[in-house]
Design a protein around this ligand. Structure first.
Ligand code: PLP
Length: 393
């Protein structure tokens, strides 16, 4: 194999259990958007359900429909999606029993029309913009949305199953926007109740809120990154500080090891020049596989027990590390990041090297790299051992 992304489903389940243990009976929505942050959407959703999640959350309706098509039936899990565009597949969403987020009157009009056409009630959740300033309904427009949703409920076209919102700065404990958003959510919820809505769930908590804000748990929590074993922000501590274990490992065998003289330029642009005679190792991974080009000259790699640094530019398919005269044989594993058991770097180290966040490091890996789901737990769906699946499994 040229390279592999290993996904430890046992670690994912353990992370879900660890997060559930601290959420006091709130229902657990496993957020598996963007192919489960690069970890494989269906396999991760299945593993999270085994560990006690009862909801699965994704951004787009197409992701939600893919989950249903893969066998995550309404009997097994509620599936919610929150990013709709005009003309979106509302009818398919109703038929697939999705919980569909509505932030605006245009979406309410489209979903009620689809409900009328199918003769079935749509399950919708109203999203409040309590301060994030992204998706969601502004407080000034909320009463109108609530009243029209209630009217559609009376007509038998929709059931408002939830009220929800999303934090802007939950990863900065003490940030004044956090209390302001919670207060606004309470006010907007009160207006919805006064308007006659009786939502089954209210929810706000992403991973940083699950880890730091017990008052934001409400009836349901929506952790994403923490389930994949990463800390939402380095300031909130390491994964281990939260009892979490990174789920993804990215590794590749060295494709070439060779001696070069001093003064030799390495990779495009010759941004790295060998200081003296040395050895170079070729790692067959590049930005075409999601390794960020911004980590050129900086990304860390474990080779033969030692951290090496990307020498020069990361190219589309490959990059080079300076092995300092050592000559591990071709085929020796180069580990870019993983849980750290063997002393390898973590996704956070790559995030720092590339000037980004751990979320982006894991989410962008994929495309061409085969994903291998490893399931060491005997009661896991996949049974003991490992199985290799294509990048789109
Ligand atoms: C992505 C997302 C989450 C999960 O966020 P994490 O920070 O990964 O826990 C929760 N809710 C919504 C609306 C999201 O878009």
């Amino acid at each position: 194999m040229r390279a592999r992304v290993e996904i430890d489903l046992g670690a994912l389940r353990a992370n879900v259990r660890a997060l559930r243990a601290r959420t006091d009976g709130a229902a657990y929505m496993a957020v598996v958007k963007a192919d489960a942050y690069g970890h494989g959407m269906v396999r991760c959703a299945e593993a999270a359900l085994q560990a006690g999640a009862t909801w699965v959350g994704v951004a787009t309706p197409y992701e939600a429909l893919e989950l249903r098509a893969a066998g995550i039936t309404p009997e097994r899990a509620r599936v919610m999606c929150w990013l709709w565009t005009p003309g979106g597949p509302w009818r398919e969403g109703i038929e697939a029993d999705l919980d569909m987020s509505v932030s605006d009157l245009w979406a309410l009009a489209e979903v009620t029309e689809a409900a009328r056409a199918t003769g079935r009630r749509a399950r919708i959740q109203l999203k409040a913009d309590t301060g994030l300033g992204r998706n969601g309904c502004q407080p000034a427009d909320w009463a109108d949305l609530v009243d029209k949703a209630r009217a559609a409920e009376r007509e038998g076209l929709v059931t408002v199953t939830g009220l929800w919102s999303h934090f802007a700065c939950a990863d900065e404990p003490g940030h004044p926007s956090i209390a302001a958003q919670l207060a606004r959510f309470d006010e907007m919820s009160a207006r919805a109740y006064a308007g006659g809505l009786r939502p089954e769930v209210r929810h706000m908590a992403n991973s940083p809120a699950v880890l730091t804000l017990p008052e934001a748990r409400f009836d349901l929590v929506r952790p994403g990154i923490a389930m994949y074993g990463l800390s939402p922000a380095p300031e909130l501590g390491t994964p281990a500080d939260h009892g979490l274990r990174p789920v993804m490992t990215l590794a590749a065998p060295l494709a070439l090891v060779k001696h070069v003289p001093g003064g030799h330029g390495v990779s495009y642009g010759h941004h790295y020049v060998t200081a003296g005679p040395t050895t170079l190792g070729l790692v067959p991974l590049g930005y075409g596989d999601g390794v960020p080009r911004h980590a050129s000259g900086a990304g860390p790699v474990l080779v033969d027990g030692k951290w090496r640094t990307v020498a020069g530019r990361i190219a589309m398919d490959q990059f080079v590390v300076d092995l300092g005269g050592e000559t591990p044989p071709e085929g020796t594993e180069a580990v870019l990041f993983g849980p750290g058991d063997r002393g390898e770097p973590g996704a956070e180290d790559w995030a720092r090297a590339a000037g980004t966040i751990g979320y982006e490091i894991v989410t962008r890996i994929g495309g061409r790299v085969p994903r291998v789901h490893v399931d060491a737990e005997p009661h896991g769906n996949a049974g003991p051992g490992a199985d290799a699946a294509g990048p789109r499994d």
